[in-house]
Design a protein around this ligand. Structure first.
Ligand SMILES: [Zn+2]
Length: 315
């Protein structure tokens, strides 16, 4: 490369059309997934609109609106009427996610319906699996996750997304669902950025925390091992969660593996920008778009983001 003054990189930054022409990373709504919470009743969330919840009846109207905006994919999270030790609301035929799928599937044949597969919204203790003495029992949990994933597919899910971080869950689900895409929450960190989600999904653990099964934020090689195992067990898409504190992990996974890579732009990332914008510290749209571009630039193919609905209006 010739040096200054022959080379002047500012030449291509001068006007918006020039910048558009040479932009390396773009946001495309086709690769965004909108999280949607369904529960016994509709509850608006004034400060964090995407973290509100819908009854099964109201979720149809919300899906209609999203489709009208051009959103192509949803990921469903359920808040059951009642919780128990095992989290049976996750897999029962008339569970909240199953009823939602039955309501949405025939009405929106083109809309991609992904489901989160975990037990923490459904267990009385709020942990992602069944307990044995105060610990989550990995192997006993697998069967319940499989049951949950199968019930989602029977109700019309296009893909299942196990988020529990139990060892061996991808293989266990794959054995029962040979044809269903599995989006594996492969590198899911024990993160402080899940706070607003836990409030919305009523899934905060009643005791302890999730560091016994979710990943330690200090580790990146471990993330690669998780991804390698998930692919070996039959995962179709890998995921890194949360996205913004782990852009280096997204890049490391991208460089190592060829499988499609998802990143979850989590509730805390969304809330930080919303609250800062409300306080007048920054412009929400600009900060959100910059964050999402950074996640894509780091190497994510698809992004689960609470901004998906708003992004549809911005693009
Ligand atoms: Zn969970």
């Amino acid at each position: 490369m010739s040096a200054f003054p022959v080379t002047r990189l500012r030449r291509l930054r001068r006007t918006a059309p020039l910048r558009d022409l040479v932009r390396e990373t773009r946001l495309d709504l086709d690769q965004f997934v909108m999280p949607l919470f369904v529960g016994p009743d509709t509850q608006r969330n004034e400060s964090l609109p995407a973290l509100g919840r819908f009854s099964v009846a109201d979720v149809v109207r919300e899906a209609e609106e999203l489709v009208r905006h051009g959103v192509k994919a949803l990921i469903l999270f359920g808040i059951p009427d009642a919780k128990d030790e095992e989290g049976s609301g996750a897999w029962v035929e008339d569970g909240v996610v199953q009823r939602t799928l039955h309501a949405l599937r025939p009405r929106f044949p083109e809309l991609l319906l992904l489901t989160d597969v975990c037990l923490c919204e459904y267990t009385s203790h709020g942990h992602c699996g069944v307990l044995r003495d105060d610990e989550v029992d990995n192997d006993a949990t697998l069967e319940l996750l499989v049951r949950t994933a199968v019930s989602h597919v029977e109700a019309g899910a296009d893909a299942v997304c196990p988020s529990d971080m139990m060892d061996g869950r991808i293989g266990a689900i794959r054995a029962e669902l040979p044809d269903t895409p599995i989006v594996a929450y492969s590198a899911k960190y024990a993160s402080a950025f899940y706070g607003p989600f836990r409030e919305a999904a009523e899934s905060a653990p009643a005791f302890g925390d999730r560091r016994g099964y979710q990943m330690d934020p200090g580790n990146v090689r471990e993330a690669l091992r998780e991804c390698e195992l998930d692919l070996a067990e039959g995962a179709d898409v890998l995921m890194v969660k949360p996205a913004l504190p782990n852009l280096d992990v997204i890049r490391a996974v991208r460089d190592r593996f060829d499988a499609p890579l998802a990143a979850y732009n989590v509730s805390g990332e969304y809330a930080m920008v919303k609250d800062a914008a409300r306080a007048g510290h920054l412009d929400e749209r600009a900060a959100a778009v910059e964050s999402l571009v950074a996640i894509k630039r780091a190497g994510a193919d698809l992004v689960i983001s609470y901004w998906t609905k708003e992004l549809a209006g911005w693009l």
